[in-house]
Design a protein around this ligand. Sequence first.
Ligand code: AMP
Ligand code: GLY
Length: 433
Amino acid sequence: MNILLLGSGGREHALAHKIAASKLCSQLFIAPGNAGTRTCGTNVALNISNANDVVLFCVEHAIDIVVVGPEEPLVHGLADVLQQSEAIKAIKPNFFVVGPGALGAQLEGSKAFSKQFMQRHGIPTAAYAEFTADNYEAGKAYIAAHSLPIVLKADGLAAGKGVVIAQTHAEALTTFEQMIVGQQFGTASSKVVIEAFLTGIEVSVFVLTNGKQYQVIGHAKDYKRIGEGDTGPNTGGMGCVTPVPFMNDAFMEQVTNTIIEPTIQGLAVEGIPYNGFIFFGLIKVGEQPVVIEYNCRMGDPETEVVMPRLQTDLVELFLHMHHQTLDTVTIAMNEGAFATVVAVSGGYPGNYPKGLPITFNEVALRDMPATTVYHAGTTLQQQQVVTNGGRVLVVTSSATTITDAVALSKAALRQIEFAGMNYRNDIGYEFAS
Ligand code: AMP
Ligand code: GLY
């Protein structure tokens, strides 16, 4: 199979690593990729927001499967364009995309769409209401009467910045005004979802589905705050662990029965085509799992622990998804605990420099077989690996316990240097053994 993977983060490096390990993969292209993905396949300079360029590439390179990493092209309908292309079909009649079309991607692309979907199917989620400029005054009254804290969400994609947890009514009203009247996130905030604040531990669950059948391919706990002890501003994710001790059979059964199955059935009943990953962002409220959000893709850095733990061949799973045989599969997981620690640029999640050289003590790292260094924001400049983003490297290790896995990743990070490098020392702290 010739496979084209779209994206350039740590998630894509972990996916590329897993896809390249499949005996079903003959050629892997990553567009645009990063300095790490080139060790798994061929990086190609392709503008993935230009659907025509992606179609042309698929035709020229006889691509069998396109795997879409990030949400943005999915929400903009890239999967529909590829799936409907006669040019691709002419050379590859069984061509398919891993990633939903624009309608399915609305699960992530519109908070109001996903909340309405959950309500229609009785899926547990925080109580909410949605507002636009048309019922702006009603929104203000809704906020004034609401308990605190109160959560405001821009309806559309806002690069992870569209959620505000307001501690006072004044802050909530100002945020509401900025989003609706000030168009803080452009059209993404012309509709705002206002919802109740939930207290509990968050966990991410990952499913591969064809909209009728599904398999759970893993779960992880993500550490979102920049600072140790979960303090400071939110980031894209500073580390992850899996398996999470409270994700036992009883809790997973609740997640399956009250969330995953009603979601898949909801897609089927409503005739929403869906081929790809669903990332269930959950929160454990008391003993009950509740949905905070859906994403139409894998998580980052969750993928960097979910893929190493997954033993089953990922390309085989893609084929089962496509051939409607996902229900015949038994998923196998590797033994042990997996943890990842993210090395970020100095200043992140605020402003940070780019282009700083990264040095790796290759000899020491080669002696660490339980550790993989995934690249996120890196690129090559005259044969030198340099920083190219906020999250730079994502270092995953496996061990018997979460604590040992984290210790291995931190030992590996001590063999890597770039100016201003920062990482959290306390990933997995609540599961210390
Ligand atoms: P989202 O973009 O919906 O994932 O929201 C980003 C983050 O905001 C989540 O990962 C949670 O940490 C937090 N969050 C969102 N909604 C709620 C809620 N209803 N209650 C508590 N925290 C929330
Ligand atoms: N780590 C959270 C995400 O990928 O959205």
